[in-house]
Design a protein around this ligand. Sequence first.
Ligand code: SF4
Length: 451
Amino acid sequence: MTVLSQLTALGLFDARVPRYTSYPTAPHFSGRVNADDLCAWIGAVPEGARISLYVHIPFCRRLCWFCACRTQGTATGAPLAGYLDSLEAELALLGEILPAGVTLSRLHLGGGTPTLLDPDQIRRLTGAIYAVVPRAPGSEVSVEIDPNEIGAPRLDALAEAGLTRASVGVQDFDPEIQETIGRLQSYEATLTAVDGLRARGVASLNADILYGLPHQTPARIADSVQKLLSLSPDRVALFGYAHVPWMARRQSVIPTDALPTPQQRFELFRTARQLFLWDGYGEIGIDHFARPGDGLDIARRKGTLRRNFQGYTDDDAQVLIGLGASAISRFPQGYAQNAPATSDYQALVRDGGFATARGHAFSDEDRLRGAAIEALMCDFAADATRLARRTGLPESRFAALLAELPRAFPGLLDHEAGRVRIPPDVRPLTRVIARALDAYAVSPTGHSLAV
Ligand code: SF4
């Protein structure tokens, strides 16, 4: 039996599994965590600590059919103005209870389309953020850029706010694919945005590209990757398109007969991956690539790569606070998520409190399994001694947990007492292997395909 047929038998082409950007995954959050927990967890941040902030802007000019993000279309700037009021109110609450001397390690503006904010709104928002959490030396400021919604004044405002890293969504440059997924974005517009960022000293560029899109072929994805490489991004995320119209209704516009089969998706991923490797990028976890010397590449080599809601990060801050509708905060004590609907979020903040709707307080068992899953997703390996050192939990518990893996995947993993490693040809199965350590039920329809 070949390794590929073994992986196939274990669900490579039909398993639907989480991407493990958190553990437990968000569907297991509950209303047992509320705003009181959030306040207690914020109050427990050590004085002088470095924290990170994520700010969610849930608006877009138009809604792309492929996108499963929680966002709403707006033709005018009016909803953004009201939303900014809510963010400022939430920041003011944060400022009241955040312990003294806390500084900002990373700020990420995501969405939605944060570049829908006009230049004054960008200045107003970042000014309010830095007034509450001043930037630490060496801090990073990043934003998701829609090349269709950016211009010199917005770029200037972002540069003034200290932008260090920009994420540009590409998906695919092929016109037929763009038409089918409802997102038109020319190479020229993307290049103009990238040039504008670099001209303003934004040294680091991330790009997202998707495989598994309708009408995508190996030749088409190769062409898009070549165009992307001509922009010389420092990091690339190669995400699989998740077709889940029962969860994201606008995806039902996309014809299912134009979608590649799971086997074809695997081929598309391998084609793109090979091109990034040939171009000198290093492989980061299951779906990222980074230039040598990029922060993710350094973190991978040092064994300090972490998993977060954006995918992979080299951020070592222990606390990430999410602001805005649906934003998720992570503390050593657990996760807290704001109300997902923008109107609910704004109403709760208008009432004078935080907008926490649900979350999850970690048990020791969660910490144990979460740390082991994160190690597999980041390093393709887990070591009981290192995990015990990182978490303070007993090494023997990690060793017992990791011993389950070779039994679940006989003959596929390298292992010795207290250590497991996923060999390179088995890595396409990493999410399925991680699922074996997940103590929570995994919905057969609630996640994307393993490839
Ligand atoms: S892809 Fe971007 S612009 Fe399109 S709907 Fe999703 S968040 Fe909005």
